[in-house]
Design a protein around this ligand. Structure first.
Ligand code: MOS
Length: 712
């Protein structure tokens, strides 16, 4: 039998999704279920002076109004959330615990009513007045940047190799530039929702999350329960992109409300609430100094990053990690500092750190190429890192040169006239740009179980998540391959904390982490059922079960974390784009994108391609359209909706081509797969900015690249 691995198998959950039968948290309806709505702060800093809930309590259908006066007490999380240093544990915001207003849009009250409409109506009747304090939501006028308390991220905040100062003095060419990126929001199409139900002191919560086990742990900590008392179910998630990594406040609010009224409670966030309750990609500023030999070889890089965090948490995006490893460069200093603002805490967003860092680094490389009158691709080849310059280790595999070559060929890079404004079609200025991409290979410990049934089917399960990449499908393929079965005879279950433990779906590590556990469980099951090389027919399964006198057979496996011992594991890629810019309006269109990626073995070319297209589109949004705007006067987000916050739509991307350079990498994990969830986003923005420069001669050093920046 041919292995299903590497086949473009259609999504096994596709039919459920397109027929509306996939049950998302917001679809869950339980007997006796009632509905919650939130009241959020309208000032960005201060204290609640008055909170009058009388009118709301008397409104039709209202069962309870929770405020900081009467809400159940929550314990602090005694461990850090993703992206936060250990020292910040316990500092995180806990809703409805005090009268402090930390940012605009913070939850200040919650109403429970029979219907969603009644809850929303009553929420509008809650009267809140504030003692305001001066707030700060603009980096330019905010206080001193700071280094978060050291911990695991400690050394990485101030990284150094070689002697940068001397190297920069000795360099034949130096370039010093500042780049900036806007804050952006994840905007999953499915607003986050939770349905919480208590049975005695046991909580079951249906939620939109990237990790049911992590959420179980977090809710148990907040609510002072044993994790065994909490069950989190999240079989389908309508996108998350990192916003579902930390334990979000809507989840604990639903649990608090359900406990108070003694009935199941559903809480669905509004689109506006998604902007203030689920995090965002922080705003960042990059001061980059490059020193190079005249032949283009980098001698020194100095990369100082400043990015935003909230007043009450330290979220860290280590933007400098990419800079440390992308090019061979002996002298390097990289430093990360945070800026506190009166905003919700930022969080990880698809290709966290790397997406912002790539804009700065890959724009600067392009500027260096211009300064040296060198082809930007040639400059990158001259700085190709043959080993990991960060760890000094050899790469587990690296096919970046092949990515460059394939992409250059497909876009026609060789014919590119380096002169800006040299390509034109009527009033459109055309430009070609490129950038490199890289993303580390991560792996966590995971477990899975496989169960053979008398009907000849095998049911495989792990408490993993599928926020959209195709985990159901690829895990089914991995299981089918290990069992020697057709995918149609395998089913895969995920998204339930009662299943064998699995890590968060983050860091592009699900296949590398959960895949080996699934494979191992299935191999063990197969060995229990048939002899080696024997086909796993329905009859063979039935025979073994009958011989053992059981109606099913279940086997579990747990596989460790860690990856590529003795090697540096990274996926690499290259973006080549052609843009057109309207010379009068400054409108930028993406004409053509060729994305070439080497990420080990591609287990499903269809879902993998889809991941790359998603990364490109998200990068296109960051590059040209998306910007969360905080109004300095009020401290509010003034475009917290899909009308004013501009997301890419189907008409935005032009002709898109995805190419995979397949690698045989025995070091990363038993599947040879490197992870593909995030790499495509890394490098999109600088490739576009570099192409815009080639088209117009205007170098835009801030995202998004807006028409007014090109026509000024
Ligand atoms: Mo991703 S930002 O690791 O969910």
């Amino acid at each position: 039998m041919n292995t299903p691995l590497g086949q473009a198998i259609p999504r096994v959950d596709g039919r459920l999704k397109v027929t509306g039968r996939a049950r998302y948290a917001s679809d869950v309806s339980l007997p006796g279920m009632v509905h919650a709505a939130l009241v959020t702060s309208t000032v960005a800093r201060g204290r609640i002076a008055l909170l009058d809930t009388a009118a709301a309590e008397q409104a039709p259908g209202v069962l309870a109004v929770l405020t900081h006066h009467n809400a159940p007490r929550l314990r602090p999380l005694d461990y850090p959330q993703p992206g936060q240093p250990p020292a910040s544990a316990g500092n995180g915001f806990r809703p409805l615990q005090d009268d402090l207003v930390r940012y605009s849009g913070q939850v200040v009250a919650l109403v429970v009513a029979d219907s969603p409409q009644q809850a929303v109506h009553a929420a509008q009747l809650v009267v809140v007045s504030y003692d305001r304090e001066a707030h700060q939501v603009a980096v330019e006028s905010a206080g001193e940047p700071f280094a978060p308390p050291s911990g695991s991220a400690g050394e990485a905040l101030d990284y150094r190799r070689g002697s940068v100062r001397e190297a920069l003095e000795a360099a034949e060419v130096t370039l010093s530039r500042r780049y900036a990126t806007a804050p952006v929001h994840h905007n999953p199409i499915g607003p986050f929702a939770a349905v919480a139900a208590w049975e005695g002191d046991r909580l079951t919560i249906h939620d939109a999350t990237q990790g049911v086990c992590a959420e179980r742990k977090g809710l148990a900590a907040w609510l002072d329960l044993d994790p065994a008392q909490v069950r989190v179910v999240s079989a389908f998630v309508g996108g998350a992109f990192g916003a579902g990594l930390r334990v979000n406040v809507h989840s604990v609010l639903a649990a608090m409300a359900a406990r108070r009224v003694g009935r199941p409670v559903k809480l669905v966030l509004s689109r506006a609430q998604m902007y203030t309750l689920t995090g965002h990609r922080p705003q960042s500023r990059h001061d980059l100094v490059l020193g190079a030999h005249r032949d283009g070889r980098l001698l020194a890089i100095c990369h100082d990053v400043l990015h935003t965090t909230s007043r009450f948490d330290e979220h860290i995006d280590l933007n400098t990690e990419l800079t440390r490893m992308l090019y061979a460069c002996p002298h390097l200093a990289a430093c990360t500092r945070l800026q506190r603002l009166d905003i919700d805490t930022p969080c990880h967003m698809r290709a966290p750190s790397h997406a912002n860092a790539a804009f700065a680094l890959e724009s600067a490389l392009d500027e260096l190429a211009v300064a040296l009158s060198m082809d930007p691709l040639e400059l990158r080849l001259r700085n190709h890192a043959d080993r990991d310059p960060d760890s000094g280790l050899p790469w587990s595999s690296k096919s970046l040169r092949q990515c460059y070559a394939r992409g250059a060929e497909r876009i026609g890079w060789q014919r590119r006239d380096p002169e800006p404004r040299s390509l034109r079609e009527g009033r459109w200025l055309l430009g070609l740009g490129m950038a490199s991409a890289a993303y580390p290979v991560h792996r966590s410990g995971a477990s899975a179980r496989a169960r053979a049934e008398a009907d000849g089917r095998v049911r495989v399960a792990s408490a993993a998540a599928d926020i959209g990449p195709g985990t159901y499908t690829v895990m089914s393929q991995i299981a089918a391959d290990a069992l020697g079965l057709d995918v149609s005879r395998v089913s895969f279950e995920l998204g339930d904390s009662d299943l064998p433990k699995a890590p968060l779906q983050g860091g592009s590590m699900t296949v590398a982490s959960v895949g080996p556990a699934v494979r191992e469980a299935c191999r063990r099951l197969r060995a229990e059922l048939v002899g080696e090389g024997e086909p796993l027919t329905t009859e063979a399964i039935a025979r073994t079960l009958a011989r053992r006198g059981v109606d099913h057979l279940e086997v579990g496996a747990r596989t460790p974390g860690g990856s590529a011992d003795g090697f540096a594991g990274h996926a690499f890629g290259a973006h080549f784009v052609r843009v057109r810019v309207d010379q009068d309006s400054g409108e930028v269109r993406l004409d053509r994108w060729v994305g070439v990626f080497a990420a080990g073995r591609i287990l499903n070319p269809a879902t993998a391609r889809s991941q790359m297209l998603g990364g490109l589109v998200m990068g296109l949004g960051q590059a040209l359209l998306e910007r969360t705007q905080f109004d300095p006067a009020s401290g509010r987000i003034i475009n917290a909706d899909l009308g004013e916050y501009r997301l890419p739509v189907c008409a935005d991307p032009g002709d898109l081509e995805v190419i995979f350079v397949e690698e045989d990498d025995p070091h990363v994990n038993v599947l040879g797969a490197k992870g593909i969830g995030e790499i495509a986003l890394v490098g999109v923005a600088p490739a576009l900015a570099n192409a815009v420069y080639h088209a117009t001669g205007v170098r835009v050093r801030e995202l998004p690249i807006r028409p007014e920046l090109l026509t000024a």
